[in-house]
Ligand binder design. Structure first.
Ligand code: IPE
Ligand code: IPE
Ligand code: MG
Length: 242
């Protein structure tokens, strides 16, 4: 990637602070080639490495969030769910060195309790090992649903009121910032751009609250085919609107 092009991107207008991606189209990528869907997820994992490397090293943006597995995705055939979890496990085992080298801080949002203990252990290790890194903050949404995130915030607030650590008056006077303090990653700023690959123009229960002012960019490119230049196209489209 010629550096001048990136400088161009930086200089023309503001670089987005936070890009979020709904990584869709792995299954179709494989089916088009007569392969098992899991092969598409395997190729999708390579795109994750490629795009997070580019975001960290070249674009130097502050936040990248990847929607990897939704609360609805548990309804997929169990072999596919198992295959996806195996890929996640491999990623967690092998990626930390790479992230360390690139100064990337890895975080997760979602209902992590839905995962088996050995996965949760690897998730916690990856979080702890990278928490001091000051470069790109890479957030992976796992068993994530926007509705569930809002609902669990309401439940957490009512639990605090019941426990007496929050008064009813305090809860009643909550503003948006007070409310978001109960989200999975309260300090994560709202995304400037939400990209969806695979051609659908749906939000699919992603970042419902956080999407309020985001620029939505959909591309027919399937996630395993998504390249650095596609990310640059999304940024250019965003900059045209700002
Ligand atoms: C997105 O690809 C990845 C996950 C949801 C885990 P899909 O598996 O949804 O691929 P398509 O949409 O069927 O092509
Ligand atoms: C959205 O893709 C979820 C993720 C990318 C993790 P899906 O393929 O699951 O969404 P729908 O079924 O098209 O809404
Ligand atoms: Mg899909």
């Amino acid at each position: 990637m010629p550096l001048t092009e990136n400088q161009d991107l930086n200089e023309k207008t503001r670089l987005p602070r936070h890009i979020a991606i709904i990584m869709d189209g792995n299954g179709r990528w494989a089916e088009q080639r007569g392969m098992e869907r899991i092969r598409g997820h395997f190729e999708g994992a390579k795109a994750v490495e490629r795009i997070s490397r580019f975001a960290a090293d070249e674009l130097k943006i502050s936040y990248l969030t990847l929607f990897a597995f939704s609360t609805e995705n548990w309804k997929r055939p169990s072999a596919e769910v198992r295959g996806l979890i195996d890929l996640l496990f491999d990623y967690l085992k092998k990626e930390p060195d790479e992230l360390q080298k690139r100064n990337v801080r890895l975080r997760f949002i979602g209902r992590l309790d839905d995962f088996h203990e050995n996965i949760r252990e690897e998730i916690n290790k990856a979080i702890n090992n990278s928490q001091e890194n000051s470069g790109l903050q890479l957030t992976v949404a796992l068993s994530y649903g926007g509705r569930q995130e809002i609902l669990q915030a309401v439940q957490a607030i009512s639990d605090e009121v019941s426990a007496g650590s929050l008064t009813l008056e305090e809860a009643e006077s909550f503003d948006e910032e007070d409310f978001r303090a109960f989200f999975y990653a309260p300090d994560l700023p709202d995304p400037d751009i939400i990209i969806r690959t695979g051609g659908e123009q749906r939000i699919s229960n992603f970042f419902l609250w956080q999407a309020a002012n985001a620029f939505f960019w959909s591309t027919s490119t399937l996630w395993p085919d998504f390249r650095e230049s596609d990310l640059q196209d999304a940024i250019k489209a965003y900059q045209m609107q700002h």
